[in-house]
Write a protein that binds this ligand. Sequence first.
Ligand SMILES: Nc1ncnc2c1ncn2[C@@H]1O[C@H](COP(=O)(O)OP(=O)(O)OP(=O)(O)O)[C@@H](O)[C@H]1O
Ligand SMILES: [Mg+2]
Length: 246
Amino acid sequence: MSILEVNNVSKSFGGVKANVDISMSVEKGKIVGLIGPNGSGKTTLFNSIVGTYPVDSGSIKFNNKEVSELPVPVIAKLGLLRTFQQTRIYGKLNCIDNMLISHKGSDESLITIFSKIPKNLTDKAENLLSFVGLYQKRKLRAGDLSFGQQKLLELAMALMNEPEMLLLDEPTAGINPTLINGIIDRLIKVNQDFGITLLVIEHNMKVIMQLAEDIFCLAHGKMLANGSPDEIKNDKRVIDAYLGAQ
Ligand SMILES: Nc1ncnc2c1ncn2[C@@H]1O[C@H](COP(=O)(O)OP(=O)(O)OP(=O)(O)O)[C@@H](O)[C@H]1O
Ligand SMILES: [Mg+2]
């Protein structure tokens, strides 16, 4: 059963055709990859799926519900969340507070939120920080974390909201190579233990080949190929457009 169906989606910025007639489908419960050269339209597709920018044409269905006309918070409440290529954290707040304000019940002013935090929410935040390996850093200002640690914090912040599907934009970019296996293991746990469907943009081919069962490849804003990691690795179009240049 597919959780996400993208059909014939196009999106231009002025004269730049960032996405042209894109169709793809993600099966519920899977880890699916999205690859392609710089500027091929991967982040644009994420923005369209989660409602950041309206699409020019096409349809996007999440759990069979048309979401292409809905705003980001409404789509988030349906259970579809994303993380950012450049992280979005609150640098002056500590990690725990970042976790608490990312919780979806928290649309009120910060003062109101912090004055009535239920203990179970703080416990949940601490457990998730521990899951991503940031428990020891929980009282530190998020802005003082390394870029890699900020990416882990952003993952934990997304998990606070128990999404059904998570879109991850380059989760290992900027992360020390020795820590990458830890990220892969955690993402597999997010998928298997938390039951969250993942759509992952990655430039690190070793990572995406290990993680994803199914991979889509974009080039010049168009869908170039789709298949298993082995099929994608050996696809001449993908090699010519992307892998050959890696
Ligand atoms: N908000 C925007 N305004 C104008 N142009 C944009 C905007 N967002 C993306 N683009 C353009 O759309 C094209 C696709 O960009 P996008 O960021 O989706 O690529 P990408 O595949 O994520 O690249 P990368 O691997 O470098 O992150 C690029 O030419 C980019 O400059
Ligand atoms: Mg991008």
